[in-house]
Ligand binder design. Structure first.
Ligand code: APR
Length: 289
């Protein structure tokens, strides 16, 4: 069922939700909020797939967002992420992020399941946040298994970064503060101070697996929640895109908020055509006061 345009978002009860849906939302004890790049658009961060402004409209993700691209040209991939991080650092949580954080005071349990790497849910005050695709501001060792095991070596696991030591010895005196002092910023690609492994943003590139613990927790939340609100995602990337459908299969109320229709729109209990920063505060005000 498609909803109304966002200028009617304020009076959701009569226009879109209808009393039964409204009551089910109001009684929900566990709400999952599934977010994509669209919720950060009003914070000034470009989405990925919007026709002219999306990040992938300007750059081929195969050249900057895959392990193969990093192996081929670490500096180029690093520099692209430094440029993205500069945009994200200038961004602040918007009214959509803040409304989700406030909902923690009105509902027994809120699980935020985000595809975003911009840390804006944490910045808005959300506590239970599952970052399916990682976090741009954490660094991790680049593990090039092809190179490591090519020579039949049995590489050491670094005591500091958890990567595989490129050298035959780890520097036992390199400490956590040496690693934590490194940031995603302009300059040469940093290396682990202990073992020399190249460092990269701790995010999920195309072709990489998601953290199984994070994904498992997201599946559990989708399976257990009473309601799932899907905000700002084109639902084009698996396995994240399967999460709202899991909630539907388990009988949860599913609401979609997006200016554009997606494959979920026809299956959601309500699809509200509007922006996150306008609709989320209005929806939460209508349902939880
Ligand atoms: N409010 C809500 N939704 C919006 C807004 C807004 N203000 N502006 C745009 N949108 C919607 C768009 O209509 C689109 O459906 O946000 C969605 C953004 O889609 P994508 O750019 O594909 O972003 P996302 O779904 O998060 O992509 C998933 O793909 O490239 C990978 O890892 C990357 O996490 C990302 C994943």
């Amino acid at each position: 069922m498609d909803g109304q345009s966002n200028h009617q978002a304020v009076n959701l009860r009569s226009n879109v939700l209808g009393p039964p849906l409204f009551q089910r939302l109001h009684r929900a004890r566990h709400i999952a909020v599934f977010t994509g790049a669209g919720i950060s658009a009003e914070s000034g961060i470009p989405t990925f797939r919007e026709r002219f402004t999306g990040l992938w409209a300007k750059t081929d993700p195969q050249e900057v967002a895959t392990p193969e691209a990093f192996r081929a040209d670490p500096q180029r991939v690093w520099d692209w992420h430094v440029h993205l991080a500069a945009t994200v650092r200038r961004a602040a949580p918007n009214a959509g992020h803040r409304a989700i954080a406030r909902l923690q005071d009105a509902v027994e349990r809120i699980t935020v399941i985000t595809q975003n790497i911009d840390d804006l849910h944490h910045a808005a005050g959300s506590r239970d946040v599952l970052e399916l695709h990682g976090n741009l501001f954490r660094l991790a060792p680049f593990v090039d298994e092809e190179a490591l095991f090519a020579e039949g070596r049995n590489p050491l696991i670094c005591h500091l970064c958890g990567g595989y030591a490129l050298r035959d010895d780890c520097d036992p005196y390199a400490g956590r503060e040496d690693l934590e002092g490194l940031r995603l910023e302009a300059g040469p690609v940093p290396r682990c101070p202990a073992c020399g492994a190249l460092l990269r943003p701790d995010i999920v590139w195309f072709g990489e697996p998601l953290d199984p613990h994070v994904l498992g927790a997201a599946f559990e939340a989708a399976d257990a929640c009473d309601a799932l609100i899907c905000v700002g995602s084109s639902l084009e990337v698996e396995p994240a895109a399967s999460i709202p459908y899991r909630a539907i299969r388990r009988g949860a109320v599913v609401i979609e908020i997006n200016p554009e229709p997606t494959a979920l729109s026809q299956q959601a209990d309500a699809a509200i055509r509007g922006s996150a920063a306008e609709v989320l505060p209005a929806l939460f005000q209508e349902v939880w006061g």
